[in-house]
Design a protein around this ligand. Structure first.
Ligand SMILES: Nc1nc2c(ncn2[C@@H]2O[C@H](COP(=O)(O)OP(=O)(O)OP(=O)(O)O)[C@@H](O)[C@H]2O)c(=O)[nH]1
Ligand SMILES: [Mg+2]
Ligand SMILES: [Zn+2]
Ligand SMILES: [Zn+2]
Length: 384
């Protein structure tokens, strides 16, 4: 008999180790019902709590390599909110493969965001990352935008072949497959979707139409330096947006600073060109706090509750463990400074030499602005 796997996370089902992946009590496993999912998936689906952590990186890579080897087409899923962190996959390994990029979660972008402009922006960012002119689809697995067209396109591309769905953790790979699964009326549990990074544990094969193509859901690749990954589920819920983004305006003035929760401080220089504005984007649950420049460093390190409810005491120990890095970033008009797994600020006016304080290990990127009027002049980009 072929090995039975959990239809939620791909882990082989077993009833020996209650703490291990794929656990189902023996009597449930024996009933051999279609809707059986493992204990971890059951708890994630019904209570949103996690019984054990993400899969080991070696297991993730093994699954991803197997999926790529079996694929006629690779569907790389990226995240519109945290784009740079979400394309931190070794894109070079995918060269020579039929590749389609789906940028998910576009429902988070402000209403009236011109999507053709976003699509051009995505092409520019991918080209900077070494991927010239891949096929790009802007989608929302949650709202269902663009998902049907993407389905039809994949069908056209692979016929009865195989599509490997890849990406970093938490971009919504399983959510997309779950949406297709529901739309096509597939019986039995869809892949498990959760706010916790590392939900999918192993390769999951899905065939949603008779004689249709095979989809491979894969465990997400863990990106480095994404702040939202360092947090408990409660703090993560405050930092990862769930509603449309709303820019918060800061008329930058000398001697002032802006704090994003207890995570990042942006400190204005002593001379600021007139009319310089920073627009800050982050989840609604992430408090933004304006203060005097000389108070910024202290407030950033202040105990939870002093200016921000995030990170909580427990997360703070982890986030602040290696101290803060202090850097100077020169931003030009229409550039974003993105803090991976947190949010970004867009500059209008300037240029501006910002002093930035970040937890050591957090990654950041300067990029052309995602939202708002575009600067047509090619702006230099810097990343780390
Ligand atoms: N706003 C928004 N959230 C989404 C969308 N798609 C997925 N999500 C959320 O993103 C989170 C991660 O979704 P998953 O489908 O579990 O992500 P994944 O890429 O399979 O993650 P791993 O299995 O950990 O690699 C969940 O909280 C989803 O509700 C979307 O289109 N819009
Ligand atoms: Mg998944
Ligand atoms: Zn499972
Ligand atoms: Zn926390």
């Amino acid at each position: 008999m072929p090995e039975r796997v959990c239809p939620g996370c791909g882990a082989p089902l077993q009833s020996e180790d209650p703490e291990g992946p794929g656990f189902v009590p023996a009597e449930v496993l024996e009933r051999d019902e279609l809707d059986t999912v493992c204990r971890r998936c059951f708890r994630l689906r019904h209570y949103g709590d996690l019984t054990h952590g993400p899969p080991a990186p070696a297991a993730v890579w093994a699954a991803v390599k197997r999926a790529v080897a079996a694929a006629d087409c690779v569907l790389l899923v990226a995240d519109a909110f945290d784009f740079e962190a979400s394309i931190a996959v070794p894109l070079r390994d995918l060269r020579g493969r039929r590749l389609v990029v789906a940028v998910n979660k576009v429902d988070l972008l402000p209403a009236r965001t011109p999507l053709p402009e976003v699509e051009r922006w995505v092409h520019g960012r991918l080209a900077d990352a070494g991927l010239r002119d891949p096929e790009v689809h802007l989608i929302s697995a949650r709202a269902g935008w663009g998902t049907r067209a993407l389905w039809e396109r994949l069908k056209e591309l692979v016929g009865r072949g195989t599509v490997a769905v890849l990406g970093v953790t938490n971009v919504g790979k399983s959510a997309l497959l779950a949406r297709w699964s529901r739309a096509l009326g597939k019986e039995g549990p869809a892949p498990t979707v959760s706010a916790v990074p590392g939900t999918t544990l192993a390769l999951l094969h899905l065939c949603l139409e008779p004689d249709g193509f095979t989809l491979l859901d894969t465990p997400g690749i863990p990106p480095e330096g994404r702040i939202s990954d360092w947090l408990c589920p409660d703090c993560a819920r405050r930092v990862v947006p769930d509603k449309r983004l709303n820019g918060r305006l800061w008329q930058v003035a000398a001697g002032q600073a802006l704090l994003m929760g207890g995570f990042a401080a942006f400190i204005a220089p002593s001379a600021v060109p007139e009319g310089t504005v920073l627009i800050a984007y982050g989840a609604q649950g992430l408090p933004f706090h304006r203060t005097r420049a000389e108070r910024a460093a202290t407030l950033l390190r202040a105990p939870t509750g002093a200016v921000a409810a995030v990170p909580c005491g427990r997360c703070r120990a982890r986030v602040h463990a290696d101290g803060f890095e202090e850097l100077t970033v020169t931003l030009r008009h229409a550039q974003d400074l993105v803090i991976h797994g947190l949010g970004w600020v867009t500059l209008r006016g300037g240029p501006l030499e910002l002093a930035v304080q970040l937890p050591r290990g957090a990654k950041w990127t300067v990029r052309p602005n995602l939202l708002g009027p575009k600067d047509r002049v090619g702006a230099p980009r810097r990343a780390r």
